[in-house]
Each structure stands twice: as structure tokens, then as C-alpha cells.
Design a protein. Structure first.
Length: 267
């Protein structure tokens, strides 16, 4: 899924982007676009600082600071392991999240949450991951990981311009009825294959959440959205995630992505 060198990855993203622009949208399927987004090179490993702001409907803001690490593993590096360590504020400091994402339809990802106050690591089941919200945010545990393209049925709805950028517009319907949403409508920039906007609809077909990606730029040669803003339109609660100090293709040991490391509080 991901190439092993920055040079090859940069070359591939250039080829993919130019091919996408040259190809008539009518010849593409929704799955084609979704697969291109999935295959967009982003390095083999990453680390970053993450700011999480939780905003209630009265405008009150709570901020959390997190250190994140991720590495691509398995055959063709299609699977991904990720560690997140909460560093601020004090009431969540030491909390950790570990996920092993499998690029395989029908196989639930493995996810664990460590709560230092209880000195206990809790395994998060597949059904809980799809419906429960991550640490009081508007992102589910499932949202925090990756997703196999064939977990959804994709339909290309056409092309639209968003913030001056030409985008593909897709509708994706989950095949697993445990998912929180009944469908999502999303827009993908054609020049860099980065999503810019997602609308999630609930089981009754009503708009539930809206996600916007911004501050899209190249980091170490890879296109990255540095800001994500999720709004639950039904509760009026919001979550803003901002990445900083992003490093790509850093040296990480796959063996460190364990519950023992999670409980230790850092790599």
C-alpha cells in the first residue's frame, strides 16, 4: 500500500495525481476514487503532536495534548499500528490508546485504552469501536483508525469545487450494520487525493456529523491535512484536532506497539 522510500513515494503521488486529472471522471467509479485516497502515500511511519479541543454548545473549550506514533506493518505494509499518549491536562495525563488496524474486510481491528487512574487496560470491542466516542470527542474509536475500501459501497456522485479546489464527490454506504452512520457523503481534492469534507448521516437518514479538513500541505513530501474539525450537528458539540511537529519515515520499532508500552506511558 505504501512505498518504502520518500523518492519513490513522491514519484508515485505525482503520477497518480496527474493520471487522476487526465482521466475523464465518467470512467472512474466511486471505488476507484476511494482506493486512490487509501493508497495515497504518507510514509511508512509517523510521529506528531496532536492538540484536541472539545467545544460544547455554549462555546466552552477544553484542550488536550497528545503525542502520537504510527507505523505500517504486515504484507505490503497494508496494516497499521498506532499509539497515542495523553500528556495534558492532569486529569487525563498518562491515558493511552493503542490500535492495530487490519486492512481486511470482516476482521475487527484490535484497540486498547489504558486508564492510569484505574491502572487498567481496557480492550475495546469491534461493536463499541464503531459507536462509542473517543475520550469525549466527536470522533468514534473507529474514526481514529483506517478503513478498508471494501467495508463500504462507493458511488461517484460527480465533481464539485470546494474552496477553489476541484473535487470528486462520493457517497459511501457501510456494509456492516454496526456502524454508527447509514452513509457518508465526502469530497476529495483531485490534485492531491486528500478529503476536504465529510458528512455523516445517522440510521434515520438525518445529518449527524460534519467533518472538515484544512491546512492541507506537504509534510516531508507527503500531502497532509493538519487540521480536522468535527461538528455533531445534533448535539452542537465540536472537536478540533490539529497536528504539529509532524515527522514522516521516522525510525520506530514495531515491537514497541504493545499494551506494555501503552501502560508505560511512552515509547
Amino acid at each position: 500500500m505504501r512505498l518504502t522510500t520518500v523518492v519513490l513515494a513522491a514519484a508515485l503521488v505525482s503520477v497518480v495525481a496527474s493520471t487522476a486529472l487526465a482521466q475523464d471522471a465518467s470512467k472512474l467509479t466511486g471505488r476507484d476514487v476511494a482506493q486512490r485516497v487509501k493508497d495515497r502515500p504518507d510514509g511508512d511511519s509517523r510521529q506528531s503532536k496532536l492538540s484536541m479541543k472539545l467545544i460544547n454548545k455554549r462555546g466552552s473549550v477544553r484542550e488536550r495534548k497528545i503525542q502520537t506514533y504510527s507505523i505500517d506493518v504486515g504484507k505490503d505494509k497494508k496494516d497499521r499500528k498506532m499509539l497515542m499518549f495523553f500528556e495534558y491536562p492532569g486529569d487525563v495525563k498518562g491515558t493511552g490508546f493503542l490500535t492495530w488496524d487490519y486492512d481486511q474486510v470482516g476482521k475487527d481491528d484490535d484497540k486498547w485504552l489504558y486508564l492510569p487512574a484505574m491502572k487498567k487496560t481496557r480492550r475495546i470491542s469491534g461493536s463499541s469501536a464503531k459507536k462509542d466516542y473517543f475520550m469525549g470527542s466527536d470522533f468514534t474509536y473507529d474514526d481514529m483508525g483506517s478503513r478498508n475500501v471494501d467495508e463500504d459501497t462507493h458511488t461517484l456522485l460527480g465533481e464539485e469545487t470546494v474552496d477553489g479546489q476541484k473535487c470528486w464527490k462520493l457517497e459511501s454506504t457501510p456494509k456492516d450494520n454496526r456502524d454508527l452512520f447509514s452513509k457518508k457523503i465526502w469530497w476529495v481534492r483531485q490534485d492531491c487525493l486528500v478529503p476536504v469534507k465529510v458528512e455523516f448521516y445517522d440510521k434515520q437518514g438525518a445529518l449527524h456529523r460534519k467533518l472538515e479538513f484544512s491546512n492541507i500541505q506537504k509534510v516531508d513530501g507527503f500531502w497532509t491535512a493538519l487540521k480536522m474539525h468535527m461538528v455533531n450537528v445534533q448535539t452542537e458539540h465540536q472537536t478540533v484536532l490539529e497536528l504539529s511537529d509532524v515527522k514522516v519515515n521516522v525510525k520506530l520499532d514495531e515491537g514497541a506497539f504493545t499494551t506494555a508500552t501503552l501502560e508505560k506511558g511512552g515509547i
